[in-house]
Design a protein around this ligand. Structure first.
Ligand SMILES: Cc1cc2nc3c(=O)[nH]c(=O)nc-3n(C[C@H](O)[C@H](O)[C@H](O)COP(=O)(O)OP(=O)(O)OC[C@H]3O[C@@H](n4cnc5c(N)ncnc54)[C@H](O)[C@@H]3O)c2cc1C
Ligand code: FES
Length: 276
């Protein structure tokens, strides 16, 4: 059954810089917004207008229902005009939020989970790890190990949010200023041989180059992996085809899938990593 999406006017509760150029914004939405699955996203814009093309997609980093309102957090990096405007928002400002959108991660699979995050790709993985822990009473103990990568120490985000939910958090920086020197996928490549293949699942989010490198690391390993892809989007609701990615279909042919509708979460093996 298709999930209902809502366009709501929300109120900014806080918007703080947590690392250089990286912010966490908390927004209060009226009533029950709809249950967000980690990996799902919202189209977000400052102000109350309805123009979808001015909205930007962001993964939900947390959701809290208070009964009468819903609070969501987004973790974002300032990269251009839209996110620069977001960074200027203050407590009490109004914003426009459309969601929840897209397909999230499968939540029940695997008792041993590996998270691989590049930059702000950590946002949906924080939500995922928190929810897996919260559900342990029903599902049993889950072991979660996170690999977090960034350009340098000052750009690392989300580690303090992951740590309470993870058994271990491993960090990689391109310049070696914190943790392993190199990419997060190189760090994971060094460890992959120690994991019991059939017992673990991987959940990943980050730039396409990182996900493509992860696909190389996992090639032939027999480890199930889902990735959240942060392709550029225009409409965010399946109408413009601007976010299509090339996929391998079951019969061996190739096709296209919309990241905003059929994704942003895909099984890693379904994506044609070398052709997009
Ligand atoms: C499903 C999904 C979830 C996302 N979740 C998050 C998140 O949790 N936190 C976060 O910070 N960002 C996230 N993004 C990316 C975010 O939407 C873009 O950074 C944002 O739209 C940029 O808007 P802008 O107006 O500031 O930049 P623009 O002026 O539109 O672009 C500035 C620069 O960033 C580049 N750029 C824009 N969008 C992307 C993109 N999607 N991928 C790579 N480069 C891009 C442009 O080419 C340009 O160089 C997500 C994207 C998708 C599709
Ligand atoms: S962004 Fe328009 S179809 Fe996906």
């Amino acid at each position: 059954m298709e999930q209902t999406q809502k366009r709501e006017t929300g109120i900014v509760r806080s918007n703080r810089e947590t690392a250089r150029g990286h912010y966490v914004i908390e927004v209060e939405l009226p009533g029950l917004f709809g249950v967000v699955c980690p990996g799902q996203f919202v189209m977000f814009r400052p102000g109350t207008g309805e123009t979808p093309l001015l909205s930007r997609p962001f993964s939900v980093c947390s959701q809290t229902e208070t009964g009468e309102t819903t609070r969501i957090e987004l973790l974002y990096r300032v990269v251009g005009a839209g996110t620069a405007r977001m960074a200027l928002l203050r407590q009490g400002d109004t914003v426009n939020v459309l969601g929840p959108l897209g397909r999230g991660f499968d939540m029940d699979e695997g008792r041993r989970v590996i998270l691989v995050a590049g930059g702000v790709g950590v946002a949906p993985l924080i939500f995922y790890a928190g929810l897996r822990r919260a559900r342990e009473e029903d599902s049993g103990r889950v072991r979660i190990v996170a690999y977090v990568g960034a350009a340098d120490e000052e750009s690392i985000v989300g580690v303090e949010r992951l740590e309470p939910h993870c058994d271990e958090v491993k960090i990689a920086t391109d310049d070696g200023s914190r943790g392993f020197r190199g990419t997060v996928t190189e760090l994971f490549r060094n460890d992959v041989k120690y994991y019991e293949k059939k017992a673990v699942v991987v959940r990943a989010c980050g730039p396409r180059a990182m996900l493509s490198a992860l696909a190389d690391v996992l090639d032939g390993q027999g480890i199930a992996c889902q990735v959240s892809m942060e392709e550029r989007m225009a409409c965010g609701i399946g109408a413009c085809l601007g976010c299509a990615v090339k996929v391998r279909l079951g019969d061996g042919s190739v096709g296209y899938r919309r990241v905003c509708k059929e994704g942003p979460v895909f099984d890693m093996e379904d994506i044609d990593w070398h052709e997009n």
